[in-house]
Write a protein that binds this ligand. Structure first.
Ligand code: SAM
Length: 249
């Protein structure tokens, strides 16, 4: 069966990477896991060995029957449920859950956003993403971005491991990395609104070369910068999550 580029299909061919993902996610027999895009089931197999229950959401019609055949015992025992749908249209399970997935890279941002937006958020997300995306999320170069802040406001990102392109078939053009986001909650929004925070963030990053105080002058006064101990000449990429929360307040 040929891989569909339009569905971001790069299948894992090295089972060790699945073990690394499950270890990074700290999956145990207490955990319910949502897997996005089980594909041919390499990661699913490892999840079934370690988790209490797995929900695997796959969009590609061609993969559903082979998955049902491969895992017929696990499906009949209730350990696995295959959901044939677009992940962005699904609702999460009602019990506490973790996400572990080798996701289609073309919708990385949308998938993360979709689960953060749910009333019932995951406890953690462990995702195989493009290496450069994982580096941007943890601000490896010391520069923050809309992406890094949109994740840090809900959880703590960790760069777990680089995964070379040769571990997939077809071989992608870029290397990947295991990104683990722990401690997911809405705790930062106890005193500020999500809508205001994201409006401020997007306005702040509108002209990256300009000073932040200029970008958000319609929303935040220079006095607030002083209160939050942020230099007036700082750029959006230079300030921390605590600074953004303070400005939003
Ligand atoms: N988990 C498999 C592995 O590691 O070999 C496959 C990973 S592949 C990078 C991404 C998978 O996500 C494919 O199986 C693809 O069909 C599926 N997929 C793509 N878009 C999707 C969507 N919107 N909803 C659910 N699954 C999707």
């Amino acid at each position: 069966m040929f891989a569909k580029k339009s569905l971001g299909q790069n299948f894992l061919i090295q089972p060790q990477i699945s073990i690394d993902m499950v270890t990074s996610a700290q999956i145990s027999k207490e955990d319910t896991v949502v897997e996005i895009g089980p594909g041919t089931g390499v990661l699913t197999k490892e999840l079934l060995r370690t988790a209490k229950k797995v929900y695997a959401i796959e969009k590609d019609d061609r993969l559903i029957d082979p998955l049902k055949e491969t895992f017929k015992e696990e499906i009949s025992s209730g350990l696995l449920e295959i959901i044939h749908d677009d992940v962005l249209k699904t609702k999460p399970p009602t019990e506490p859950y973790k996400i572990v997935a080798n996701i289609p890279y073309y919708i990385t941002g949308k998938i993360i956003r979709h689960f953060f937006d749910q009333t019932h958020q995951p406890k953690s997300m462990t995702l195989l993403v493009q290496k450069e995306v994982a580096e941007r999320v943890i601000a490896r170069e010391g520069k923050e971005s809309i992406l890094s802040m949109s994740i840090k406001i809900y959880g703590t990102p960790h760069y777990m491991k680089t995964v070379k392109a040769g571990n997939f078939n077809p071989v992608p053009k870029v290397d990947s990395a295991i990104l683990h986001i722990s401690d997911i909650s809405r705790q930062n929004f106890e005193n500020i609104s999500e809508e205001h925070f994201f409006t401020l963030l997007h306005t702040g990053f509108q002209s990256k070369r300009k000073k932040l105080s200029k970008n958000i002058k319609e929303l935040v006064s220079p006095d607030t910068f002083e209160t939050c101990k942020i230099p007036l000449d700082a750029r959006a990429e230079d300030i921390s999550l605590e600074n953004w929360v303070c400005l939003s307040k």
